[in-house]
Design a protein around this ligand. Structure first.
Ligand SMILES: C[S@@+](CC[C@H](N)C(=O)[O-])C[C@H]1O[C@@H](n2cnc3c(N)ncnc32)[C@H](O)[C@@H]1O
Length: 270
């Protein structure tokens, strides 16, 4: 498809977008020359990057399936990205056709494309908003129209909080959602770390400074603090391939090469 068919007007075509770079790595076509050129440089710096992103996406899938198993049928996917294979509503609707999903992203290409894909879908919708404003997101017509926040929901923050630089801000964002959701709700968070590898992530981070979304990795301790006030579900905070792997495809002998931590926390009933 020619890019004029999906590119919203008013975007700077010279600045790579984190959402479109991710789309390119996952095999999508909603990206520009500037994004592909950036992706090639990032992959040169970190040859395993496409694998890292696919591993992260597989964790998202397992997390959604786990949440469905717990009886959750409402999903708020924050920083959802450009829709690609294995979107949350596809996973959820296959298992529980009446589940409801709201996608939130600040990237106009991601939301324009999600809205198009969901045009005839009464059970899923997309909202262009900044996840750093929990009140605005939670009180938006899109969210209140589709999700019943008085009942348990799952808030997903997959591969997005590394785009929030300050720990205090990241913690207060998570708290904003945690305080608003019903007891028995879940929060899934994954994000990049540079704890164990040999400097590649550091170089990729410097590259991401050129995009619309600079990157802040967190070590295990800083990541774990995001789950304050939530009960961690087994196996707790782990490298994403180690979170309830389903098949040998999900985990190899070096899970730390995923460069990402993930976990799910549950808001206590009392
Ligand atoms: C790496 S992608 C992750 C996509 C998807 N969650 C996944 O795990 O496959 C990160 C997405 O977060 C979005 N994003 C970054 N900061 C955001 C913010 N403050 N508010 C909303 N979306 C944000 C980006 O636009 C991008 O689409």
């Amino acid at each position: 498809m020619h890019e004029s068919a999906w590119m919203p007007t008013g975007l700077d075509p010279d600045v790579p977008s984190a959402a479109r770079v991710y789309d390119y790595f996952l095999g999508g076509y909603h990206n520009l020359a500037v994004d592909r050129e950036f992706a090639h440089r990032a992959q040169k710096t970190m040859p395993d990057l496409p694998l890292v992103l696919r591993t992260s996406r597989r964790f998202l899938r397992r997390a959604v399936l786990y949440l469905l198993d717990q009886g959750i049928t409402q999903f708020l996917d924050l920083g959802s990205g450009i829709p690609t294979a294995g979107n949350v509503h596809e996973i959820a609707h296959a298992a529980a056709p009446r589940s409801r999903v709201v996608y939130v992203d600040r990237d106009s290409v991601a939301i324009a494309h999600a809205a198009l894909m969901l045009e005839n879908n009464d059970h899923a919708a997309a909202l262009r908003a900044d996840l750093r404003q929990p009140r605005e997101v939670l009180h938006s017509d899109v969210v209140t129209g589709l999700l019943d926040l008085s009942k348990p929901v799952a808030v997903l923050m997959s591969a997005v909080l590394h785009f929030v630089e300050s720990d205090a801000e990241a913690q207060s964002i998570v708290a904003g959602y945690r305080n608003a959701i019903a007891p028995g709700s879940y929060m899934m968070i994954s994000q990049g770390t540079q704890e164990t590898e040999g400097g590649q992530v550091e170089r990729v981070i410097r590259l991401y400074d050129e995009t619309d979304s600079p990157f802040t990795p967190r070590d295990r301790e800083r990541f774990t603090r995001l789950f304050k006030g939530l009960e961690l579900v087994e196996p707790g905070v782990v490298y994403v391939p180690l979170w309830r792997p389903e098949s040998p495809e999900d985990v190899d002998e070096h899970p730390e090469l995923s460069c990402a931590y993930g976990a799910i926390g549950r808001k206590p009933l009392y």
